[in-house]
Ligand binder design. Structure first.
Ligand code: SF4
Ligand code: SF4
Length: 162
């Protein structure tokens, strides 16, 4: 259960993932924010109105995937590391995930790292396409990874150790 484990279930993810048509059209954000906490930087980061204005600071974000262009501005602004961008059009067999990543050292372009699920379990090896780190203290680094399309609902993180 999400409330006791902190790990979203399939039905939780179904509520926040774009539908298959939107996924097939290109990069789009997925917001896995399931707790009512006083927080809204995702809303203020988005200049496309894809994240609706909060009526109450404790609201969960409401997203219009049709307005999102997958720019990724909201990823590094979210203190909960709750946002990733998915691009199913990256290649015939691979999807591109842009994920927030707070550990050091950061991986480098071309590295093969472990693709992990939301429980931290190994899924498969994945390729690092880009590691983006700005000097701004309020910005979380963003790692872009190429993953098999079949795992787009499964992989959510990376691991670099043994
Ligand atoms: S990826 Fe860009 S357009 Fe989409 S919700 Fe985030 S900031 Fe808005
Ligand atoms: S910034 Fe992140 S944690 Fe805060 S409301 Fe938005 S998605 Fe949730």
């Amino acid at each position: 259960m999400l409330s006791s484990t902190g790990v979203p279930l399939k039905e939780d993810l179904e509520k926040v993932f774009p539908n298959s048509v939107r996924l097939s059209q290109g990069a789009v954000a997925v917001i896995e924010c399931f707790q009512n906490i006083p927080c809204n930087p995702c809303y203020t980061a988005c200049n496309r109105n894809a994240i609706k204005e909060f009526q109450d600071i404790n609201d969960l974000p409401i997203m219009d995937h049709e307005l999102c262009n997958g720019c990724g501005l909201c990823i590094s602004k979210c203190p909960g590391l709750a946002i990733m961008v998915v691009d199913m059009t990256y290649s015939d067999h691979e999807a591109l995930l842009k994920i927030p990543y707070e550990f050091l050292p950061l991986p480098s372009e071309g590295d093969i790292v472990k693709g992990l699920d939301r429980s931290g379990e190994y899924v498969c090896d994945v390729r690092v396409i880009k590691a983006l780190h700005t000097k701004a203290l309020d910005r979380t680094p963003i790692i872009s990874i190429a993953i098999p399309k079949a795992y787009v609902h499964t992989i959510r993180n990376i691991g670099m150790g043994d």
